[in-house]
Write a protein that binds this ligand. Structure first.
Ligand code: ZN
Length: 164
């Protein structure tokens, strides 16, 4: 599978992402997923930031309503539940998601320090629903099984604008 395409960021995108994050956006290569209204939800970030530091999280969830909804979900104990689901037959798909994540990132730049590292706890653990959901939003459904499940349960959807 090839990397999902993403639009290069406009000046408006960068301004919006900076406002969403509450700090200047760094290393933005493009917008990997958008709200139905067009505002960014997932930022594609350079594997090496402008200051030279490696950055594993190619797909970074920037949308405040989405990050809040996933934080709420993480606080409900769903992480343990999803980890249990991982033992029940989606483990191979999760490993494939991990490999796809790294392939996507390597297609932009191979950073030695990040060898074998993806995000969110992949390939065997569930550590950050924000990173996993961001992967699902960027790649579309059917790539990251845990990210897909997190989005199904979160009280937020890219199809309903919750931008402020
Ligand atoms: Zn919106």
């Amino acid at each position: 599978m090839t990397r999902p395409p993403f639009d290069p960021p406009t000046a408006d995108d960068i301004a919006t992402v900076s406002r969403q994050l509450g700090r200047p956006a760094r290393g933005v290569l493009g917008i990997a997923a958008r709200c139905v209204c067009g505002r960014p939800t997932v930022v594609a970030t350079s594997p090496r930031l402008p200051d030279g530091s490696p950055f594993p999280t190619l797909y970074y969830l920037s949308h405040p309503a989405a990050t809040a909804a996933l934080s709420t979900l993480e606080a409900t104990g769903v992480m343990a539940e999803l980890a249990t689901e991982l033992e029940g037959g989606i483990a191979a798909a999760y490993v494939a998601a991990h490999e796809q994540y790294i392939a996507d990132r390597d297609s932009i730049e191979v950073v030695d320090e990040l060898a074998g590292v993806s995000a969110g706890g992949m390939p065997a653990r569930v550590k950050c629903l924000h990173a996993l959901a961001a992967h699902s939003l960027a790649a579309g459904p059917g790539v990251n099984p845990i990210g897909d499940r997190a989005l199904e349960r979160a009280d937020w959807s890219p199809a309903v604008c919750a931008c402020v």
